[in-house]
Design a protein around this ligand. Structure first.
Ligand code: SAH
Length: 225
């Protein structure tokens, strides 16, 4: 998979992409991430990429030309399955959305700033808009990093244990059961006996029951309740 991210703050991704699973996925060749500085596509000598909104109002708006130039250049080099805009009014990111994206070959993610981007970009270039929650961030970079991380760990081969992503929360419309590690007792707080029983069948049954219980308690809407 190839992910092209258009941003005015490429440095913001240093932490998110150069550690842990996302780093290893790139090293192992499962994913290529390319960051594009939008200012390099500015059409004026001050490298501006924003301007005041028509009809006034607070804040600046990302201009159409630099974004269009950057997207056109990328599209001239390869076919893209989706051109995603990070936007608070987009489709809410969830595991299903991440699963669907993880099956694509090439995607572009455009990070907005200021008051957002010129609406004509959304109309003519953007094929999908994703929000990471009902709150407003200062820019699309954190959202793009969240989307990228959630997607990459779903690409087959990225996680060492193939079943690991499959047993995560939301993967089968249930949240995860609780997990424990050594010691079996701390301060008198004990690990559930069943987990020490060695009986795989009963353990799996317990895990499933716990998942259903937790889902009912914490995410009843997932069970249609
Ligand atoms: N005026 C806009 C908010 C702009 S915030 C509005 O009220 O909808 C600046 C940029 O941050 C946006 O263009 C978008 O790219 C990004 N952003 C902000 N909140 C986001 C969210 N919840 N999910 C995804 N991207 C978000």
């Amino acid at each position: 998979m190839r992910i092209d991210i258009i941003t005015i703050f490429p440095e913001m991704f240093d932490g998110a992409f150069n550690h842990s699973i996302v780093k290893r996925a790139q090293q192992k060749g499962h994913v290529e991430i390319h960051l594009h500085q939008l200012r390099d596509y500015s059409t004026n000598k001050h490298n501006n990429i924003d301007d005041a909104p028509f009809a006034g109002g607070a804040g600046m708006v990302m201009m159409i030309e630099p974004v269009a130039l950057c997207i056109e250049k990328l599209k001239s080099e390869r076919e893209y399955d989706e051109v995603i805009y990070t936007s608070p009014d987009g489709v809410l990111l969830n595991q299903k959305v991440a699963n669907n994206i993880s099956m694509l070959k090439n995607i572009i993610i455009l990070c907005g700033h200021y008051k957002g981007i010129d609406e004509r970009i959304r109309e003519h270039y953007i094929t999908s808009e994703i929000s990471i929650g009902n709150y407003v961030l200062s820019g699309g970079e954190l959202a793009a990093a969240v989307i990228t991380d959630a997607v990459i760990r779903l690409i087959p081969g990225v996680l060492n244990d193939e079943t690991s992503a499959l047993s995560d929360s939301f993967q089968d419309d249930l949240v995860s059961p609780p997990v424990y590690t050594r010691p079996a007792e701390f301060n008198g707080w004990k690990v559930p006996d069943i987990l020490l029983s060695g009986n795989e069948k009963l353990i799996n049954q317990w895990k499933h029951e716990q998942s259903v219980l937790r889902t009912r308690e914490r995410r009843p809407e997932m069970l249609g309740e």
